[in-house]
Design a protein around this ligand. Sequence first.
Ligand code: TYD
Length: 343
Amino acid sequence: MRALVTGGCGFIGSHVVRSLIASGWAVTNLDCLTYASNPGNLADVAGNPRYTFVHGDICDFDLARNLVDKADVVLNFAAETHVDRSLLDPLVFVRTDVEGVVSLLEAVRHAPQARLVHMSTDEVFGSLPLGIEAAEDAPFAPTSPYSASKAAAELQIRAYAATYGLPITVLRCSNVYGPGQHLEKFIPLFTTRALAGEELPLYGDGRQEREWLFVEDLLSAVGVVLADLPVAPGAHAVHIGSGERLPNIEVAGRICDLAGASRSLIRPVFDRPGHDRRYALDCANLRARGWAPRVPFDEGLSRTVRWYADQAATWSHSADNDFAAYLDRQYSARLSAVEEFGS
Ligand code: TYD
């Protein structure tokens, strides 16, 4: 089988590429190499005869069409994903996360053999009250430019499925973490800062809850989905979450312990505007198909912190000028503010 993976040099995409190659697939990786990509993530498969890298953008329709024509399955992991950046620079999210998806949809509707599997997010549902889990048919209520762009992409997918009779799979995942994630995200940022003995900027009161899914459990879920892709026209949503929901302050504390750092590094700072309090997915349907997460959060977090500690020579917050500028823009004022937050 031939897969076109978009965004294969990113965190999740690179894990999926490696897993598909290991399962015997021929994989073409289309990636435009934004700041969030790391081709080094795929150094071990770069020479594999079943692996091809194409440097390009999903918004380039001619290129997308050409590659989709040669694929049995198209897995779209190309996206701008960081909520904080969507507050600083929203237009790029609309371009990649919405226009890029429409470009792939146009390509797929001209290629009847190609099945589209699109990565979405639990954030399309917005913040959920305690005790509520979002089912696959729950209404969208996005609150950030990022989640609104992902919800918009899903609406385009529904429209294409209805208009052209396409069977499309939409994966909605909770927060995925593990080795190789970009340092801007909560767990890598707090891990690397804790290892370096730097303050950990915890937004607001730190009581926001996220559902943490170790990347290996996402890979097994993708395997279950690929083994039985739908044939009926429609947008078929699949929820993938662990059920392990923790407040950020608890995760921050555990990261400090695992990194051998003091919990006093945790520094409540001015909150993210529009910060969603809680996400939670109802994953009964995927579990009924035989899938279950295998890596408990404690184990996954410990493996992740160890990975960043082992890789300390390869990451540096200051060596990458663009990332240093982003950190400055995002955190300098927060960390230098004298007011007390989160009380
Ligand atoms: P993040 O990794 O950005 O994922 P998302 O917002 O898409 O769920 O953040 C996870 C949680 O951690 C979220 O509630 C925001 C919080 N957070 C902080 O408190 N401080 C930070 O510096 C970052 C990046 C996130």
